[in-house]
Design a binder for this molecule. Structure first.
Ligand code: ADP
Ligand code: MG
Length: 637
């Protein structure tokens, strides 16, 4: 990553159309361009992507970006392509052929950004190809995932350092929005930084007013902010039912509102999201499934109807307000029993480790996955059926699965997210032969080829009704034919379903080898509780500026008071009342020497006319002074 003389401002303007960098972006870019391994800590929405994108566009070579979420990867690739920049992605949802093509483009084409899921790094294909690429920067997004003590540990991140050995001398930029000092040290050690180097952005949000209301009338408090603050808002609830209930309540009050959560069909979710984005619906009542990657600048308030379980998620969710720089409000509503309720949840959330192992075994058996198998495979997983066959309680299974998921073993995808998906397992030539031989399948195949390009290289979501409509068959017939193609091994076929799909991130291990060691497990439980106590402390706090409290939690210690949170405002009000009371006493003692005009008083005390008028009005109201005919003020006897 040489070329330090390059005009990074020019690049910023030319590709992104922005005139200036945000505060620390430029420091980070310069550090990277000087070839230093750098850990960049900036809040969500702070603009981390540009810190690896700009230096890459300002120099020759390719930037490899390691990032954990496939959805975000696709989003980034699309954004870059829209700017006319070549980008590719490689992840577990792609066929081997599609991966081959993408990697070839990186080695021989003009691709500037290669997004990779961490679990791909270990594969032989990847290791061989990467050495042919002109990689000049490795960016590690969500770098806190490498630390067991972090918010979202992913074992596959531990393999990132290995890739450095294949790319000696290539600097690394690690990016995260959430790292305590322990996690930051872990990141730099595990990514094998040549020297420690942290560049920290500010977590202050000057235009965001934080407030907490302790109340058992949450509906009333919600309506107060909805009536007093104009513009659109988000209300976060902890459950799907809660989100629905709030939306309904708001509509009952004559406010346009919709609910958003993972239980809704995909189409419904995007419809509601669009209506909210366009302003047709003013308020979105949502679970935390809502918000990731959403870029609506003029959200005026974010209300938490129930407490979050960590400051990390609170900062992130509340931070969706007022991205445009105008005034915004982040209000948290706390009822007297909220804390206890969340604390009770921890017991269910952490089933004993032996139980987690047992559930893991049974899940693998249920999916008929043997030891050493199952990596990147997906199965339809009906949790009710699973529980009734094995005599487990559903919440325990859900929590065990979430622990397994956070440890990188398997991911349970949402129920409604699953349109039918197919991918061809044969070449175009073989397919052509088949169409000739199996005449009865030809019509459906023809329609698929026409409607869905890319089915040869990756899983594509298909719509069976659409295929039916175009081919003239019934939906049942289409379904039947797809099953037949699957039996003939012509396609890989995941039928549409309302059951969640279980995705294996790793092969099945013997239960004893599960990487949830008791210490890790115990420590994770402690960490979860610690984060929660920090959240409670935020809610119960009555003395420290709320913004400063959050900033310090994220290690941003050079922060003053915000002046706009409820605590700061209350303090200012108290000071004003105190100041006014003091001024009143001084006026009274001054008037002991005879009547005076307001002007004379103000000049004598060296304060504003307005302050004196306010104090005089208060004294008049209290009957302590009177106004004389000449306008002067006199003390009453
Ligand atoms: P992060 O990864 O830190 O959460 P992103 O990189 O996704 O944040 O950026 C958030 C938003 O800020 C994007 O819409 C991006 O275009 C915008 N942005 C980033 N840097 C600048 C800048 N210097 N000027 C204007 N907008 C910027
Ligand atoms: Mg980002």
């Amino acid at each position: 990553m040489q070329n330090s003389g390059t005009d990074i401002h020019g690049v910023l303007k030319r590709y992104w159309g922005f005139d200036s960098f945000r505060t620390v972006q430029e420091d980070i870019i310069r550090s990277v361009m000087a070839g230093r391994d750098t850990l960049a800590l900036m809040p969500t929405g702070g603009g981390k992507s540009l810190t690896y994108q700009v230096p890459t566009m300002a120099s020759d070579g390719l930037c490899m970006v390691i990032t954990p979420l496939i959805a975000l990867m696709k989003d980034q690739v699309d954004r870059l392509r829209r700017l006319g920049i070549q980008a590719a992605a490689v992840h577990s949802g792609m066929s081997p052929r599609a991966i081959d093509i993408a990697l070839d483009n990186c080695a021989y084409g003009d691709v500037k950004f290669l997004y990779v899921a961490p679990e791909r790094l270990a594969t032989e294909v990847f290791r061989l190809r990467v050495q042919r690429m002109n990689v000049t920067l490795i960016a590690v997004d969500e770098a806190h995932c490498i630390s067991q003590w972090g918010y979202d540990f992913r074992p596959s991140y531990l393999r990132i350092a290995e890739i450095r050995r294949l790319l000696p001398g290539v600097p690394m930029l690690a990016l995260t929005a959430s790292a305590t000092q322990t996690v930051a040290d872990d990141i730099m050690r595990l990514l094998e930084f040549a020297e420690p180097c942290i560049i920290r952005g500010s977590f202050a949000r000057k235009n965001l007013s934080y407030a907490v209301r302790h109340t058992d009338d949450k509906e009333g408090q919600l309506m107060r902010i909805v009536r007093n603050v104009e513009g659109s808002g988000i209300v976060y609830a902890s459950t799907r039912e809660g989100a629905e209930r709030i939306a309904e309540f708001l509509r009952g009050e004559g406010v346009t509102a919709a609910a958003y959560h993972g239980g809704l069909p995909h189409a419904e979710r995007s419809l509601r999201q669009d209506e909210w984005l366009s302003g047709k619906v003013r308020i979105m009542a949502a679970t935390n499934a809502f918000g990731m990657g959403i870029d609506k600048a003029d959200v005026r308030f974010v209300v938490h109807y129930t407490m979050c379980d960590s400051p990390e998620s609170y900062y992130q969710e509340a931070g969706r307000a007022a991205r445009d720089g105008c005034r915004g409000y982040a209000l948290l509503l706390a009822a007297s029993d909220d804390g206890d309720r969340i604390r009770r949840r921890f017991d269910a959330e952490f089933p004993p480790l032996e139980k987690v192992r047992e559930i893991y075994e049974r899940v693998c058996d249920y999916c008929q996955v043997g030891i050493g198998d199952g990596r990147y495979a997906s199965f339809i997983f009906n949790i009710y059926d699973f529980c009734s066959r094995n005599g487990f309680r559903r919440t325990v299974v859900e929590n065990a699965m979430s622990l397994l998921s956070r440890n990188g073993y398997m991911t349970l995808l949402d129920a409604s997210d699953n349109p039918a998906r197919i991918m061809f397992r044969v070449s175009r030539d073989d397919l052509y032969r088949l169409r000739v031989e199996r005449d009865e399948l030809d019509a459906v195949l023809r329609v698929i080829l026409r409607l869905y390009d890319g089915v040869f290289t990756e899983f594509r979501a298909i719509d069976e009704s659409q295929i039916a409509a175009v081919s003239g068959y019934t939906r049942e017939k289409v379904h039947e034919q797809l099953r037949q193609l699957w039996r003939l091994r012509v396609i890989s076929y995941i039928p549409a379903n309302r059951s969640p799909v279980l995705f294996f991130d790793e092969e099945r291990l013997p239960a004893a080898d599960l990487y949830i060691s008791p210490e890790t497990y115990k420590r994770r439980r402690e960490l979860t509780e610690e984060r929660f106590s920090n959240m409670l402390a935020y809610v119960d706090n009555t003395t420290v500026c709320r913004s400063r409290m959050l900033q310090e939690y994220f290690g941003d210690t050079e922060s003053g008071d915000c002046g706009v949170c409820d605590i700061c405002l209350e303090r200012r009000r108290a000071e004003r009342t105190e100041g006014a009371a003091g001024l009143g006493d001084r006026i009274l003692s001054h008037l002991g020497g005879g009547p005076c005009s307001v002007k004379e008083l103000a000049a004598g005390f060296g304060c504003s006319d307005r302050a004196v008028v306010e104090a005089v009005e208060r004294l008049l109201g209290e009957g302590k002074i009177s106004t004389l005919e000449d306008g002067k003020i006199a003390k009453n006897r």
